[in-house]
Every structure is written in C-alpha cells, then in structure tokens.
Design a protein around this ligand. Structure first.
Ligand SMILES: [Zn+2]
Ligand SMILES: [Zn+2]
Length: 325
C-alpha cells in the first residue's frame, strides 16, 4: 500500500505492507483524512514522531476477526489506546494512561495511508446521513465539545473563544448551543464570517493584540477558552477573564508558556486543560446537524497529491484541508 511517511527528511510517499491485525483489532481502508495543526507540529519534530501520521479519518472496515458483522461499515475512531493494565485503564480512562498510544500521533501508525489498523474498541460506526466530509471532523469536533463535558456552561454566562483557527471555530460552532451570546475573537475575516453566519458574536483583532481594549469595551468574561495555538495565548486569556473566572486551555504549543501566575493566583482563576473528547458525542452533533463543518473545508486533494495538500494546510489562515483516497 501507499503511505505518507513523516521522517527526518520531511514527508515522503512510500510503499509499505498492509498492516497485520490481531484478534482485537480491525483493518480499515481509509476513505478520507483531515490535516490537523498537530500533523504540522509533528513534522516539525513535536513528540519526536516518525511514522505515518493522520488522526482525523473516515474509513471502511475491511477485516474484523472478532466482530465480522461490521465488515463493510463506514467508521471513524477514538484515537487513544491505553495499555489496558494500569490504574487509569482499569478505571476505564485509557485517555490518561501514561503508556497510551495515540493513533497517528504516538506509537500507532495513522491514516495518511491506504490502510490502517485500529483497536476494535476504538471503532465508531458513522450514520448514513453524515457525509465523509463531515464525519472526518468527528475527532476535532469531539475535542471542541470536550469543554462542555468539563465545565458547566450556562446561557447567562459571558463566554469568549480566543483564536479563529480550525479548532477555535469548531469550539464556537459547538458551544453556541450552550451559550447564545458566545463571542469568537480572531484575525481572519473569512473565518469570523462563518461564525457570524451562525449568529456567533465576533471580534476581529489585528496584531499586536489589544486585549486590554477588549476588556474595556466588552467587560470581563466568566469563561475564556484559549485556542490561539500560541504560547502567549494563556496570558491574553488572563487579561479578559473575571476574578474567580475559568480559563479553558486548548493550545498545545511546542514553545514553553510563561504564565502570569501571580495574576491567576490573586484573581483566583481556574485554569483547565482540555484535550480529546468523546467521539460519540461529536457523531451525535453531526447526525442531528447541530454543527455543520462544511464551511470549514478549505480544499480536498486526492491522496496522490498529498504533499500539495500539506503545503496548502501549512499556509497561514488555511481552513481544513482534506485528502480523499
Ligand atoms: Zn487533530
Ligand atoms: Zn494504561
């Protein structure tokens, strides 16, 4: 099969054998895959990753020894695989297993290949009414909706999302169902327009960011969701959160964040880290058309043109680039 290898010399299209599976795994023929900022970080050396990346995918089950009735089904997947034996895994929380593998990110080859394997328990069947172009968003949408599972967002709170990147936009589109006054802050007019079309309040800022000005004009916020992708984003969040407010931190930057801890301590701010979420919840949002990811698609490339797709994905301001097999 053909696969895209991330290695020392960057990206290369290689031939490698179709993965062999065991009794507890399935073989998936990949149909579509999304390129995520994490993939871009991986190729820059984040996690020291070498192998086949790709963790936002839709595919068809081709082999499933333990559950043959799902062969031919269209699926997406949970990307975390715990060791199955530690205290975290015993509690059913393999997401935080210290020895976990993450599909396409750590220790498990991902979906930038014609075939991939997946643990059977990670498989989620996609409803027929969700097209591939939407289903491929289930992993990032799950990460966006994870915020709703971590903190109690009410409709009368003042909620603001910092960053109109792919994740920030998905967060705004998902969380607007919990808070109708939610505001998205960003610097890309086109992306903010998508939010505005969904009745989300928007603030367009130029660089250098002037968060003091936002605080003066808009007041302070009960909940600030930081999805800027920048190490300094957390300090911007601190400038507009109210005393005893909550900051949800989504950015995983390679650069070390220096946080104004004195401000966080004196104002008694809760800072909550937030990562992957529940794929079933994301599929439910897609099935019920609560979030329509279609406007977030930048372009769709055939797998043969993967390097062009990747080049497009790293272009500043690009929306979600998808690859079709
Ligand atoms: Zn991702
Ligand atoms: Zn474990």
């Amino acid at each position: 099969m053909r696969a895209v290898l991330f290695g020392d010399s960057g990206l290369s299209m290689i031939k490698k054998p179709i993965p062999k599976i065991n009794q507890r795994e399935v073989l998936v023929k990949v149909k579509m895959v999304g390129i995520c900022n994490t993939d871009i970080e991986l190729i820059k050396g984040y996690y020291g990753f070498k192998g086949v990346a790709g963790h936002e995918f839709v595919g068809i089950i081709e082999q499933s020894p333990q559950k043959p009735e799902i062969i031919g089904k269209r699926i997406v997947g949970d990307i975390n695989r715990g060791c199955g034996a530690c205290v975290w895994c015993m509690r059913g929380d393999g997401r935080h297993c210290p020895a976990r593998q993450i599909v396409g990110i750590a220790g498990w080859d991902g979906a930038f290949a014609e075939y991939m394997k997946l643990p059977l328990i990670n498989v989620r069947i996609v409803d027929d009414n969700i097209p591939d172009e939407c289903a491929v968003f289930s992993e990032p949408l799950a990460a966006a909706l994870e915020i709703s599972q971590q903190i109690h967002i009410t409709n009368n709170q003042r909620v603001i999302v910092l960053g109109d990147g792919k994740l920030g936009l998905l967060i705004a589109l998902g969380l607007r169902h919990f808070n109708h006054r939610l505001i998205l802050v960003g610097k890309h007019k086109e992306k903010l327009r998508i939010a505005a079309e969904h009745n989300i309040g928007t603030i367009c800022i130029g660089a250098p960011y002037d968060f003091e000005n936002i605080a003066r004009k808009e007041g302070l916020f009960d909940i600030v969701i930081e999805a800027t992708g920048k190490a300094e984003g957390i300090n911007d969040a601190l400038k507009i959160v109210r005393p005893e407010g909550i900051i949800v931190a989504k950015t995983t930057s390679r650069d070390f964040s220096k946080i104004d801890m004195a401000k966080a301590v004196v104002d008694e701010i809760s800072i909550i880290g937030s990562r992957c979420g529940d794929i079933d919840l994301a599929l439910s949002f897609l099935r019920n058309k609560l979030v329509d990811p279609m406007p977030l698609i930048d372009s769709i490339y055939p797998f043969e043109k993967f390097s062009e797709a990747f080049e497009r994905a790293v272009t500043p301001g690009a929306k979600k680039v998808l690859v079709r097999f």
